[in-house]
Design a protein around this ligand. Sequence first.
Ligand SMILES: Cc1cc2nc3c(=O)[nH]c(=O)nc-3n(C[C@H](O)[C@H](O)[C@H](O)COP(=O)(O)OP(=O)(O)OC[C@H]3O[C@@H](n4cnc5c(N)ncnc54)[C@H](O)[C@@H]3O)c2cc1C
Length: 435
Amino acid sequence: MHDYLRYSTVLLRGSTAVMTGYSALRVFIEGMRGQTGWAPAWRSPAPKSRYDVIIVGGGGHGLATAYYLAKSHGVRSVAVLERGWLGGGNTGRNTTVIRSNYYYPESARLYDLALGLYEGLSRELNYNIMFSQRGVVVTAHSRHEMESAARWGGAMNLNGIDTQLLSVAEIKARIPVLDCSPGARFPVFGGFVQARAGTARHDAVAWGYARAADRLGVDIVQNCEVQGFRRSAGGRVTGVETSLGVIEADKVAMVAAGHSSVLAAMAGFSLPIRSYALQAFVSEPLKPVIDTVLLSMATGIYISQSDKGGLVLGGPLDHYQSYAQRGNAQTIRAVAAAVADQMPSLGRVRMARHWAGIVDVVPDSSPILGETPVPGLYINCGWGTGGFKAIPAGGTLLAHHLATGKAHPIAEPFGLKRFETGALIDEAAASGIAH
Ligand SMILES: Cc1cc2nc3c(=O)[nH]c(=O)nc-3n(C[C@H](O)[C@H](O)[C@H](O)COP(=O)(O)OP(=O)(O)OC[C@H]3O[C@@H](n4cnc5c(N)ncnc54)[C@H](O)[C@@H]3O)c2cc1C
């Protein structure tokens, strides 16, 4: 036994240098040596006076942009400036649904790029993002909704996105907790499923990108608020004014979700964005009751179950614009009533937590990607209630634009210019997004 321990200690000491990645073996070894070998997942550097690229906003999209800039384009003089903590915005507040079931070909290309990247992300980042492809089922509750669902599913198939229409019996078999009886308050007429869709751990997505970007030399600076922009006599952006001082840069990217309009105002232009609180809820832990994600067209509520057993619920936006990160009671009541109506057996489940994030809503419910009216200043925003699912694509596409100076073909239709040309991608109407 003594020899075994001595041998193990030598082995563990020898492994220290090489064991910087995360793995099951590493967990085992750290368990053996009292968890003494873990290093912080990313550094906390003081900001330098200048970078090639500054990214404002340390949510998933900002961190992914930094990672792909460094990894795919070799641009390593990059800082991510976050006024709070990483993922403390919507990335750490969302209900983690990942799907690419949109209507128009432009959206299908964008969101399916993201879904494809999510499929390999744990391996790519060496960080378990717990991507669970449990499928997303959309249910229709009237003849008209069923017709829309069939159209929507048909468009997805035409766009090459997997989908399958479901009968009432098939939905009942998949989601026994849903009241599918003819007398139900919201009778089920059918629906469709995207089987490759699912959920992932939101914090892990932010942390995984942060760790991977840090390892490539990106400086991640938390508690650093951007308070203004520096511009040259010609109007080009030359840096940012922050709570930690002025930092210069060749290019700056605004990736600030619900606060994009505030930053745009600082830079001297306006965006077609309205900011609202979107709420989410988690219940007390239950035994498994639902093994997919359910989204109801009639009420706009959606529900899944976390690995800890909590039901994760969401619904429509709050009714008025706000920057206050808390929700109002009207929406809470509406979501609770819809859940109880559609899944009566859950009527007595207690909610454990509830919170809100400020989402950036664009009139056509599609994101804004690319250049702004200020030369050298780029933007990624407008994901509204659905940008978690797009993080790998948002990062890839903005990094491409920053590094090459040209919009990626997939991002091209999502530029600000569409609000001048009228070439909107109106997912709001097409795929039944209520917000
Ligand atoms: C309750 C809720 C549920 C949702 N559910 C889903 C879902 O199931 N699926 C899905 O796909 N999407 C969902 N979303 C939407 C999704 O969370 C967002 O679209 C996505 O996280 C946006 O990522 P981001 O990186 O652009 O923004 P954020 O994660 O919000 O990051 C922006 C960051 O910018 C920082 N910032 C702002 N101003 C400044 C400044 N002046 N200086 C420095 N930093 C600044 C903020 O602090 C913030 O951390 C949901 C959102 C909410 C609120």
